[in-house]
Ligand binder design. Structure first.
Ligand code: GAP
Length: 436
């Protein structure tokens, strides 16, 4: 990471804390490594991101339905998915200070060796370390059953494949979308919310006929759909790229990541995989349930293939913040797509000690609230209020001043250009709705 990039990351982390996007998890107790809490603005923006994804993936499509499966699953599901056996990272330990690292992250190892300044650092042999987080269910101490917090949200979808087919009108090809928390006992959580131990995923499992050409067609289709979605959110094209996996997992037929040009180098934001019939075949075998479907044209049964798109909510969130950060002299703002911005508009009375201004501003605030998230600020001077709204990416700020009381117009200030215009109060709502 060069200095500028390093600074950018530091600036984003500081801005997130200062403006209520993200706080270190359980901070007043000294924190808990690999956990983060979304604050008032962060929670709003994260919800906007997830809502936009759901709208695109479920609401606007005829061939996708959504589910919300339990986090706890019968442990057999994790045996079937291969997670008990192979959801591992190679762990090595520094023999000098006993800190643990991933052997497959040479940059972390190099950075750690430098901290021992000239000392010869020896490492233990790599051990495969399972990332699944264990939990215990049941009310009798000693007789509790061991379960796992899901390491990915995927299997809650596969185990409901038959239920969904039986309870809805979907036909192959179709998809099941899901969003939710996943948990991994990461050896080295790092880079803010990029790699944490508790995070959220947004996934689509798209089931198709088991056919090479069909697989290639849908794989390409979903690659482009997902890339276009990030571009449609205003992310810079030059900061996004596809990266094919060099080594495919034994069950995968094709795998590509969408990477972001992060301050520490290109890194994974999400993945698109052609997983063949691996998942449904394994769940069929381990559960003893027939998960095949009947092809009514050929009267043959088959296990569908799965084209998976799996995105990290938190990684997308972080990369969108980095991508939208702008600085001009003293001015700092987030040039967020208005749909993602925590607040769409902020309303200010010019002075906090003039009841007639407060009353007018409050009536505008109350009038806009049912349609959009509106911030209210009557602290400090107008410059400071603009600065704080800029830093949370609020696209428009409205100021009620003495002219408002005369001609019923307000100042509307645009976040990106900092230009101000006067708009009639009764035209304010359509003006904003058109732009957010
Ligand atoms: N079902 C497929 C799956 O889970 P993955 O590549 O392990 O695949 C998918 O994870 C996405 O989940 C990643 O591209 C990343 O965005 C996010 N992700 C994975 N591990 C993460 C972690 N420790 N912290 C934050 N996000 C993570």
């Amino acid at each position: 990471m060069d200095n500028n990039q390093n600074n950018l990351m530091e600036k984003i982390v500081a801005l997130c804390k200062r403006r209520g996007f993200i706080f270190p998890g359980s901070e007043i107790y000294g924190g808990l490594a690999g956990t983060w809490d979304y604050g008032p603005t962060g929670a709003l923006m994260k919800k906007n991101l997830k809502d936009l994804w759901w709208k695109e993936m479920v609401q606007l499509r005829e061939d996708v339905v959504g589910v919300d499966a339990a986090i706890f699953m019968n442990p057999k599901a994790w045996e079937a998915s291969g997670h008990l056996e192979a959801f591992t990272d190679p762990l090595i330990e520094c023999k000098v200070c006993h800190q643990r690292f991933r052997e497959d992250k040479p940059e972390d190892i190099e950075a750690h060796e430098k901290t021992h300044q000239g000392e010869k650092v020896e490492w233990t042999q790599p051990q495969q370390f399972n990332l699944l987080v264990k939990a215990f269910l049941g009310v009798i101490e000693g007789k509790q059953s061991e379960v796992y917090l899901r390491g990915e949200i995927t299997n809650g979808v596969h185990v409901n494949f038959k239920n969904v087919m039986d309870s809805t009108r979907v036909k192959i090809p179709f998809g099941i979308a899901q969003m939710g928390k996943a948990f991994r006992n990461e050896i080295t959580p790092k880079d803010f919310i990029f790699r944490s131990r508790e995070f959220e995923q947004m996934e689509l499992q798209f089931y198709i006929k088991p056919d090479q050409k069909e697989g290639e067609k849908w794989f390409d289709y979903w690659k482009n759909e997902r890339m276009n979605w990030y571009l449609s959110l205003g992310m810079k094209k030059e900061n996004l790229r596809f990266k094919d996996h060099e080594k495919l997992a034994h069950y995968a037929k094709a795998a590509t990541d969408i990477e972001y040009n992060a301050p520490w180098g290109w890194d994974e934001m999400m993945g698109i995989h052609n997983r063949g019939d691996w998942d449904l075949s394994r769940h069929s075998k381990f559960s003893g349930q027939d998960l095949s479907v009947l092809d009514i044209e050929t009267n043959e049964k088959y296990i569908p293939w799965d084209i998976e798109t799996s995105a990290g909510v938190d990684r997308s969130f972080l990369f969108i913040l980095l991508d939208s950060y702008r600085e001009e002299g003293e001015r700092v703002w987030l040039s967020l797509d208005p749909r993602l911005a925590p607040y769409k508009v902020a309303v200010f009375p010019l002075l906090a000690n003039k009841p007639e201004l407060i009353e007018k501003a409050k009536s505008i605030y109350e009038n806009l609230k049912p349609q959009m998230m509106v911030a209210w600020d009557d602290r400090g001077n107008i410059g400071k209020r603009y600065a704080s709204q800029d830093e949370v990416g609020t696209p428009y700020c409205i100021t009620v001043d003495f002219d408002t009381l005369k001609d019923d117009t307000v100042t509307v200030r645009d976040r990106d250009t900092a230009k101000q215009i006067r708009v009639k109060v009764n035209e304010l709502k359509p003006y904003l709705l058109e732009r957010i």
